[in-house]
Every structure is written in C-alpha cells, then in structure tokens.
Design a protein around this ligand. Structure first.
Ligand SMILES: NC(=O)c1ccc[n+]([C@@H]2O[C@H](COP(=O)([O-])OP(=O)(O)OC[C@H]3O[C@@H](n4cnc5c(N)ncnc54)[C@H](OP(=O)(O)O)[C@@H]3O)[C@@H](O)[C@H]2O)c1
Length: 255
C-alpha cells in the first residue's frame, strides 16, 4: 500500500511550500497535488519531480469531491498528510459581491475543507495529520472581509473540535492561523473596492508559515500561529472584547 500526502491549493503559496517540504519525507511515495489550473499543476510537477501526481479539481463543487472519493476508492492509499490549503479571500464590502460570489467562498473555504477531510479520514491511521489552513482572520470578526473571516473562524473551530473527536485514533488536526503571507492570494482578493483592506503589516513568507505548521502538526498541536504580529493579535483577541478588536482593525486599516 502506498503512503501519500494530499495537498489542496498545491500550485501556489502556502500549499506549494507544503509540496516542497513533504516531498523530502522518505516514507511519502506520492504527493497528490490538487488545484484548478492544469497548466500550473504541470509546471509544479516539472519542478517538484517524480513524486507529484496532479489532479485538476474545483473543490468548491460537490462533483469534484465525488471524483476525489472515487480516486481514493480505486487507489486505496494510506494518507499520512492531508493539507487543506485551497482557499481565497475578497477584500470588499458585502455589497460588492454577488450572492453567488459570496457563497462560493464558503463552498471552497468551509465545505471544501470539511468534504476533503471526511473523504480522507477512512484512509488515515495512527500518525496521520490533517493540516487545515485557517487564518489570523479567525481570531475576530473582520468588517470588509466579513465572509472570509467567518469562513476562517469556521475552519479554526472545526479543526480543533475534530482534533478532540479523533483523540484515540492517533490522527491529529491542526488549524494553521497565519497573518499576512506573501502569496498570490492578493491577486484574487483585491478587486478595487472603495472600502477594502489595504494595509498588510508584518507580512511573512509562506516558507516560514508552512515549516512551522508542519513542525506543530508533528507535535500534534491543534493550532499553529507563526510570527510576532499574529501571536500578539492572538493574545489580544483572547483578552479584548470583539467590539474593541473590530475598532482597532478599522482604525489600523483606515476604514
Ligand atoms: N496569503 C495570506 O495572506 C493568507 C493569510 C492567512 C491565511 N491564508 C490562507 O492560506 C490558504 C492558501 O492561500 P495562499 O495565500 O497560498 O493563496 P494562493 O497563493 O492564491 O493559493 C491558493 C491555491 O488554492 C487553489 N485554489 C483556489 N481556488 C480553488 C478551487 N476552487 N478549487 C481548488 N483549488 C483552488 C489555487 O490554485 P487554482 O487557482 O489553480 O485553483 C492555489 O493553488 C488559503 O486558505 C488562504 O485563505 C492566506
């Protein structure tokens, strides 16, 4: 039976860093790299080498999840790592997006994560790790990213609660909560809205976020927070009322 790592959002940013890290692990036979853009996946395969198996799937669609379940059934691998990194944000007011655009963010960031997790657990065993990329946005409500921050609060709570339910199986779940990370996320998030996030203080590199997340997952930690800015925000959100946290956010963003 082959041992694999499944990485969603593998063609870019944080997911791509996980590809780089996990391909070095000797007991991983294959890395299943999932994203939509076939061309970018092929480029990744060319650079990252023979272990990479690509699947072009839009994980906001139930049909893609069904396809993934079917592939698992046929291949019957042992999944050592599932990294749910596929996700996106929109920096704007609620009225700048259609209902469809708004709900698609929930379909990918929440339903996609839950579906991939539930489909993968039957193929996991003691020592397997689920790594879900949430965000610092999970720590508090964020006006002008209202749906995005809510999806990330969902991922954080879902991951930590599932980690408790999985105690006894030896499978761990880690919610990764990065602050601003230098990736292509901003190409999709910035849509030229009048009221939008524009200040990205303390931006860090995806290499550091992924490396810390992997270390924390291996220690079976249920949350991974990298960087001084994000650690401060994490602590502040535990102490201050959310109303105050939102005021600080609006002031800091000049909104
Ligand atoms: N960058 C930040 O500041 C930051 C901060 C906190 C948390 N995060 C979270 O980190 C995760 C990774 O984001 P990133 O910063 O690495 O962004 P990124 O560079 O834009 O990467 C996003 C990845 O997700 C894939 N993807 C997007 N939509 C998809 C879909 N419908 N189905 C399947 N794959 C899809 C993209 O490939 P295709 O477009 O080809 O599908 C790409 O591989 C996200 O969950 C994000 O919310 C990012």
């Amino acid at each position: 039976m082959k041992t694999i790592a499944v990485i969603t959002g593998a063609s870019s940013g944080i997911g791509k860093q996980f590809v780089k890290l996990l391909r070095k692990e000797l007991d991983i036979d294959e890395i299943w790299a999932i994203a939509r853009d076939e061309q970018k996946l092929q480029e990744l395969k060319k650079k990252a080498g023979r272990k990479i198996v690509t699947y072009s799937l839009d994980l906001s669609k139930a049909s893609a999840i069904a396809e993934y379940e079917q592939i698992l059934k046929e291949e019957a691998p042992k999944i050592k790592y599932l990294v749910n990194s596929a996700g996106y944000a929109k920096f704007c007011s609620y009225q700048d997006l259609s209902i469809q655009e708004t709900v698609n963010m929930i379909d990918l960031n929440c339903s996609g994560v839950v579906s991939m997790t539930l489909a993968s657990i039957p193929y996991m065993a003691k020592g397997s790790h689920i790594i879900n990329i949430a965000s610092q946005a999970a720590f508090q409500p964020l006006p002008y990213q209202n749906v995005y921050s809510s999806t990330k609060a969902f991922v954080r709570n879902y991951s930590r609660a599932l980690n408790v339910e999985l105690k006894g199986t030896g499978i761990s779940v880690t919610a990764v909560c990065p602050g601003w990370v230098r990736t292509a996320l901003y190409d999709r998030a910035i849509i030229g809205a009048d009221k939008a996030t524009t200040k990205f203080v303390g931006m860090v590199s995806p290499e550091h976020v992924a490396a810390k997340a992997l270390r924390d997952a291996k220690r079976n930690k249920d949350i991974s927070v990298y960087g001084i800015h994000t650690k401060l925000a994490h602590t502040a959100a535990k102490i201050l009322p959310q109303r105050v946290m939102m005021k600080i956010w609006l002031m800091q963003q000049g909104l």
